[in-house]
Write a protein that binds this ligand. Structure first.
Ligand SMILES: CC(C)(COP(=O)(O)OP(=O)(O)OC[C@H]1O[C@@H](n2cnc3c(N)ncnc32)[C@H](O)[C@@H]1OP(=O)(O)O)[C@@H](O)C(=O)NCCC(=O)NCCS
Length: 182
């Protein structure tokens, strides 16, 4: 478990989190630039939690629920995947319920998550791939010290829509510069 001033980051459980995860990932606003269409059935949330638990058991994924300390509500998720152990790098992904956006929650959650990845887990480089039209996500990455390193044209087809990918990278020293330890 990771803790920040306003948030707790803990694993998702089937019993407690399926409904809240479904609410987040069935919302077209949240899913506008995601790599699959919004969910339409609660069973998709349940299946995703089960699949994620299997991936975490074999070490290919680390996914945490982002919870408000005050209410205990699940408001989003953040994850590490595509880990290359020898190169000590991995990719991050994240989402927040629409009602939880604009409060600085993801900056706060990823600050704690990334600090842990660099200082405790020994990673040295993180990557993120976003739709270049996703302005809130680009702003968030820049705030954390990421730099845009590339643009891959027409990389995805999601629900019939073709989109580009902007690739961002963050080295441990970039993060230290952008978010010095308190
Ligand atoms: C990407 C995403 C997480 C960004 O959410 P966000 O709310 O903009 O990001 P944060 O939680 O860090 O909030 C930052 C905003 O809160 C504001 N804010 C309010 N209170 C704050 C506080 N106490 N501390 C910091 N920022 C605060 C900031 O000013 C900032 O607003 P601005 O961008 O207008 O300047 C969100 O848009 C999202 O979940 N989108 C859908 C999923 C998605 O696209 N994920 C990425 C796919 S790769």
């Amino acid at each position: 478990m990771l803790e920040t001033a306003r948030l707790l980051l803990t694993p998702l459980t089937l019993e407690e989190d399926a409904a809240a995860l479904f609410a987040i990932q069935s919302d077209p606003v949240v899913m506008r630039y995601w790599n699959h269409a919004p969910w339409t059935d609660l069973v998709q949330a349940r299946d995703a939690i089960v699949a994620d638990q299997a991936a975490q058991a074999d070490g290919t994924l680390w996914k945490l629920g982002i919870r408000e300390r005050d209410s205990g509500a699940l408001v989003g998720t953040c994850m590490l995947f595509a880990v290359e152990r020898d190169s000590r790098r991995g990719e991050i992904g994240y989402n927040l319920a629409a009602s939880a956006q604009g409060k600085g929650y993801m900056t706060e959650a990823l600050d704690g998550f990334i600090r842990h990845l660099f200082t405790v887990r020994g990673l040295r480089r993180l990557e993120a791939e976003i739709d270049p039209r996703n302005a809130a996500s680009a702003k968030l990455l820049l705030r954390l010290g990421f730099q845009q390193e590339g643009l891959l044209r027409e990389r995805w087809v999601v629900d019939g829509e073709i989109s580009d990918s902007a690739l961002y990278g963050l080295l441990a020293e970039d993060f230290q510069r952008a978010r010095p330890a308190a």
